[in-house]
Design a protein around this ligand. Structure first.
Ligand code: ZN
Length: 154
């Protein structure tokens, strides 16, 4: 069997699952989104605090399988302190990585590289994507709201 479970549950994934980063409440969030993956039963709440177009703080609370929790934890770890544009770019790369597509190797993915093994397990891809789609959904709602308030002259 090529689809070794060891590729899926790498040590780094287990570590993020056991000790999820960003699993705490933040006081005043600018973006709050809930996400669900009904196929697996994963549920997630993502809150971020934005300052000067950067992610100042993030909270990810995920109840679900190891892959969804680990992916959410890595997300929290990776995007804190990053500009929103870069966050969107990273989310795209993660999507490609999970689909087994060629990725932009100039970007340092850190722990996220451990998610690469998930692309051999199609049923788990949604689990790994949940936190990212929920986050991007939230960020996009934020920029829409900003456009509404700042583009009144157009
Ligand atoms: Zn799952």
């Amino acid at each position: 069997m090529d689809n070794n479970l060891g590729d899926l549950y790498r040590d780094i994934i287990i570590d993020h699952y056991k000790y999820p980063r960003g699993n705490k409440k933040i006081e005043k969030s600018d973006v709050y989104r809930e996400g669900k993956n009904p196929v697996c039963g994963d549920e997630i709440e993502v809150s971020i605090k934005v300052k000067d177009n950067m992610v100042e703080d993030i909270s990810v609370e995920c109840v679900g399988c190891a892959i969804s929790v680990a992916s959410g934890s890595m997300l929290a770890d990776t995007i804190k302190g990053k500009p929103l544009d870069e966050v969107k770019k990273i989310a795209k790369i993660v999507k490609s990585l999970l689909k087994g597509e060629t990725i932009d190797e100039s970007v340092d993915l850190g722990d996220l590289e451990a998610l690469e093994g998930v692309n051999k397990f199609p049923v788990r891809i949604k689990c790994a994507l949940l936190s990212w789609t929920t986050l991007i959904d939230g960020i996009e709602s934020l920029s829409e709201a900003e456009t509404l308030t700042t583009s009144s002259t157009e």
